[in-house]
Ligand binder design. Sequence first.
Ligand code: ATP
Length: 333
Amino acid sequence: MPKGCKKIAVLTSGGDAPGMNAAIRAVVRRALGKGLKVVGIEKGYKGLLAEEMFDMNARSVADAIQKGGTILGTARSSEFATDEGKKKAADILRKRGIEGVAIIGGDGSYRGALGLSREGIPVVCIPGTIDLDIACTDYTIGFDTAVNTAMEAIDKVRDTSSSHERCSIIEVMGRNAGYIALWCGVATGAEDILLPEKYDFNEQNIINHIIESRKLGKTHHLIINAEGIGHSTSMSRRIEAATGMETRATILGYMQRGGSPSCKDRFYAAIMGAYAADLLEEGNCNRCIGYLGGEFRDFDIEEALNMKKEIPEYYYDVSKALSRSIANDRVAK
Ligand code: ATP
């Protein structure tokens, strides 16, 4: 067993996610409770390279658990992604006596962490991203709050769409992953759900679905479109022209990242943050934390990055089956 860390740092990186503060708080308080010193690094890897950091105590994370965003700030850094950047970062950490880093972020941040560990710095990653797109975990901090925020907004758009007999295209976040779109689409009873992993870019299928549903008396048509597919506004123009149904696009955007984290996000963040501090205190390096198969576990970062995650075919099949129920009525007659 390698020597455990006596002084660690914590940072948040990539896109912010509700619940990151609960994770920071857990890392800090668990580590302090074990007698470790803790440094907070501001603005992710960018702040690390700029040496924007400060000593943290238990009060540093007071009044943070209920807040969205991240009290440490976050950023993207192209300099850190270079070999020289990671070497410089490792030298800064060594110079300051920091023996390990807890990194809260998405898969891009994990790749950065892997590079840092190859420069000899022990790292432990915590999955903090609203996208749910990290393969070694069934859960990422921020997803639960983000889908609930989006679902509430979509419900509101649905009300007005029904009243005006409109088609609404609602674009939700998810550049490469359709988890937010799938969950929100199923939860709001959307008629079509467009996922980057599945969409065939055949708009005619959507148009036919709208025309068919209109004939059967449906007053609205809700399409959930993932950010990775995009083009919601131009899509709405084409759909309106082809169907004659008034069609509007709503892009939910950054509102999905904000807001007070849900209980689930806070709880998982608390356990994962404490787990990260434990791993660093025990001298583990190059690990990432996941919640898989009903338990919290840790994985080698490289192994985790090589794991594949796909939308379960059954979920997709169910989402399509439920959205076509009106057509089924006609078949049954
Ligand atoms: P989200 O999923 O919410 O977007 P993320 O962690 O995936 O979060 P990225 O912007 O991809 O966000 O990554 C955050 C930072 O991690 C980058 O700005 C960069 O400094 C570093 N990083 C990303 N990819 C790599 C890489 N391949 N090698 C080294 N560092 C990387």
